[in-house]
Design a binder for this molecule. Structure first.
Ligand SMILES: C[S@@+](CC[C@H](N)C(=O)[O-])C[C@H]1O[C@@H](n2cnc3c(N)ncnc32)[C@H](O)[C@@H]1O
Length: 200
């Protein structure tokens, strides 16, 4: 199985940071509020794909809301936390480019904090095509915008960024359109969200 380079100790440290610091908790709450509003109205018990689920913060909230969540990640240690703490309907180890699910299974999907791993349009489009294959409804996608002030104040390695024009191009190449756009803190933070829909 294709895995991320993150081993068990790395994931344990990541989990500790995400679950014990107030900044991480408030960031995740804010991101979830945005993602949830972009998913739009859902019937109770809707099937939602969370990919990559990581340690499952968004899967947990969706499950608590009564949705049938399918959590997918390629890292088994991340998935272990998601399974225990989010208790989704289904937890699967898998790659975003080859999702082990049937066509049109999900009513909606979250693809949060994945695109900053993907530099090439072909890689991003392979992911979007797969997510779109298994999702009938909205796909809520996040990406890192290149223009933002906050990262200039930190000595962090540059993540792979995309602007909205690139995201639109990727979406259109996969038969999707950008229905809504929500930056987390416009031009302060890099993180932006979009809602994608199938072109009719
Ligand atoms: C920063 S975490 C974000 C997870 C979650 N969406 C969140 O917001 O907390 C990124 C995750 O992407 C997963 N990942 C990276 N590339 C992937 C791929 N090609 N297929 C599936 N999962 C992948 C990693 O294993 C990691 O758990």
């Amino acid at each position: 199985m294709d895995e991320t380079p993150h081993d068990r100790p790395w994931v344990e440290r990541y989990h500790r940071k995400q679950t014990t610091t107030r900044t991480a908790a408030s960031r995740l709450r804010r991101e979830y509020r945005i993602a949830r509003s972009l998913l739009g109205e859902l019937r109770a018990g809707a099937t939602i794909l969370d990919l990559p689920c990581g340690i499952g913060p968004h899967s947990r909230r969706l499950t608590e809301e009564g949705q049938r969540v399918i959590s997918v990640d390629r890292n088994r240690w991340m998935l272990g936390y998601a399974q225990r703490e989010a208790k989704p309907y289904l937890c699967l180890q898998g790659d975003a480019r080859r999702i082990p699910l049937q066509d049109d299974l999900a009513d909606g999907a979250l693809v949060i904090r994945l695109f900053h791993y993907l530099d090439e349009p072909a890689e991003r489009q392979a992911v979007l095509r797969e997510v779109s294959r298994v999702t009938r409804g909205r796909i809520v996608l996040s990406f890192m915008h290149p223009i933002a002030v906050a990262p200039l104040l930190k000595a962090r390695p540059t993540r792979k960024t995309q602007d909205l024009a690139q995201i639109r191009q990727d979406a259109e190449a996969c038969g999707l359109r950008v229905a809504k756009v929500r930056p987390v803190f416009p031009f302060v933070k890099r993180h932006w969200f979009v809602a994608l829909e199938r072109q009719t």
